[in-house]
Design a protein around this ligand. Structure first.
Ligand SMILES: *[C@@H]1O[C@H](CO)[C@@H](O)[C@H](O)[C@H]1NC(C)=O
Ligand SMILES: *[C@@H]1O[C@H](CO)[C@@H](O)[C@H](O)[C@H]1NC(C)=O
Ligand SMILES: *[C@@H]1O[C@H](CO)[C@@H](O)[C@H](O)[C@H]1NC(C)=O
Ligand SMILES: *[C@@H]1O[C@H](CO)[C@@H](O)[C@H](O)[C@H]1NC(C)=O
Ligand SMILES: *[C@@H]1O[C@H](CO)[C@@H](O)[C@H](O)[C@H]1NC(C)=O
Length: 405
């Protein structure tokens, strides 16, 4: 019988106190906590909203509100603060007062001797063999973020590493909004998806520095063994920070002020452009104009009663056309695009000009003047501008329409 099955059977049918496994160690119960070296983080039980549901979580030890950075049993609360966290057959398991198993690290494979649990100084809760290398973990909480990532954690591409919102501020159960990172045509994108949704929504493109106008809290880190890149969350101008996906699907950056012992909101995706669904045909949203949607230079508002976007002042003439450059832009929705490698900006522009259906182009790295060349075909939609960050987008217009619209 495999180790996994053994664990399962024992859990269901034997009270834990009757087992005498040598690695059956009592770790935490009731209101005891485990602190990281340096006393920065703390692992323990908390009850948000003062209801009788209790959760095992990690927070900053200095935080009087115990704002949860990570939650173990988010979907299986303890009914009362009498939880016990123990090792059993190399797995860390949370039991309620009746010795029911409510959460486990679910480490597969053979039972190992001498496993230890540690809350590292970066806030990572890890399970490892006592004798193994410092960085070889059988399990780590950083691989299972809840609604937040904080300085030192990584956002990897792929489905396992995404943030999942709480149901509401008093209930950490898995909500309906997810936020992840994917590597698409022109680099890293933040994507949002809903629990029952069928499509993912690319929301913000990494511009080599930040996502949109979010503070620059990420750095790209390559993994030499897997050749995969991931985004490592750094600090916000030297301050410990946290990116959180709220219950309504709004993501925000919080900064820790140790002197005041409080988390403060320092950036939110929720501005007036986020609230309107998207600006249609050849228009872009600005948070500072009324109406929010603005026609691109060379385009004028369509003459209809409801705002449906903008139309060209002069039709495209193909080879005679020029480009107007929009700065600090969120790029158009990724539909009808082509991506190629471009050794210089001129090349990308010429490619677009040579195709009479190409409406815009963008080069990943303008400073280096080369990179992925992205060209759009058809109507441009879903754009906005930012005060900082974003990208330079070059939109095709008739030469006579410079300064028009
Ligand atoms: C833990 O709980 C017990 C009883 O509920 C209480 O007497 C004790 O002060 C608590 N300890 C801490 C550190 O809060
Ligand atoms: C944090 O936000 C609160 C409420 O907006 C404010 O009163 C406080 O001064 C802020 N703290 C810091 C350190 O900025
Ligand atoms: C988003 O911003 C609007 C306008 O400031 C505000 O009314 C709303 O409560 C915000 N929503 C969230 C979830 O923060
Ligand atoms: C511009 O193009 C549209 C659609 O192709 C066409 O209906 C319209 O007549 C054209 N206008 C001019 C001035 O050529
Ligand atoms: C965005 O574009 C609008 C319209 O052109 C302009 O008024 C505004 O200053 C730009 N910047 C931001 C941050 O909205």
């Amino acid at each position: 019988m495999s180790g996994k099955i053994t664990i399962f059977v024992l859990l269901l049918f034997l009270p834990i106190s009757s087992t005498s496994s040598s690695d059956d160690v009592l770790l935490l119960s009731k209101n005891e906590t485990l602190a990281s070296p340096g006393d920065v983080f703390e692992l323990g039980f908390f009850n948000p909203g003062k209801v009788s549901n209790w959760y095992l979580g990690i927070w900053l030890k200095q935080d009087p509100d115990r704002t949860a950075l990570w939650v173990a049993n988010r979907d299986h609360p303890l009914l009362g603060s009498h939880g016990t966290l123990r090792f059993f057959n190399s797995n860390l398991i949370l039991f309620d007062r009746n010795n029911n198993h409510v959460w486990s690290t679910s480490i597969d494979g053979t039972v190992r001797r001498d496993v230890v649990v540690k809350l590292l100084k970066n806030g990572n809760l890890v399970v490892k063999e006592a004798a193994s290398d410092t960085n070889q973990f059988l399990w780590q909480s950083f691989d299972f973020p809840t609604d937040s990532i904080f300085s030192g954690m990584k956002m990897r591409t792929g489905t396992g590493n995404k943030l999942k919102s709480w149901i509401n501020p008093n209930d950490p159960s898995t909500g309906v909004h997810f936020l992840g990172v994917t590597e698409e045509i022109s680099g890293f994108w933040f994507y949002e998806e809903q629990e029952y949704g069928t499509e993912i929504n690319l929301v913000d493109l990494w511009n080599g520095y930040s996502f949109g106008d979010m503070p620059p809290i990420f750095q790209v880190e390559g993994d030499t063994s897997s050749q995969q890149q991931s985004l490592v969350m750094t600090t916000n101008h030297g301050k410990f920070s946290r990116l959180r996906l709220g219950p309504e699907g709004i993501y925000e950056v919080y900064t820790w002020f140790s002197k005041h012992r409080e988390w403060n909101l320092s950036w939110s995706v929720n501005d007036s452009c986020f609230l309107i669904s998207s600006c249609k045909s050849y228009s872009f949203c600005s948070a500072y104009t009324t109406p929010r949607c603005n026609c691109i230079e060379g385009f004028s508002q369509k003459l209809d009663i409801t705002w449906t976007g903008c139309t060209r002042v002069t039709n495209m003439s193909c080879s005679q056309d020029r480009f107007t450059t929009l700065h600090n832009m969120k790029l158009p929705n990724v539909r009808d695009v082509q991506v190629s490698w471009s050794s210089d900006l001129q090349n990308c522009e010429e490619n677009c000009l040579a195709n009479c259906h190409c409406t815009a182009w963008f080069v990943e790295s303008e400073e280096e003047r080369h990179g992925k060349c992205v060209t759009w075909y058809g109507e441009l939609e879903g754009m906005r501008n930012y005060t900082f960050g974003g990208h330079d987008l070059h939109v095709r217009i008739a030469p006579t329409d410079h300064g028009v619209g």
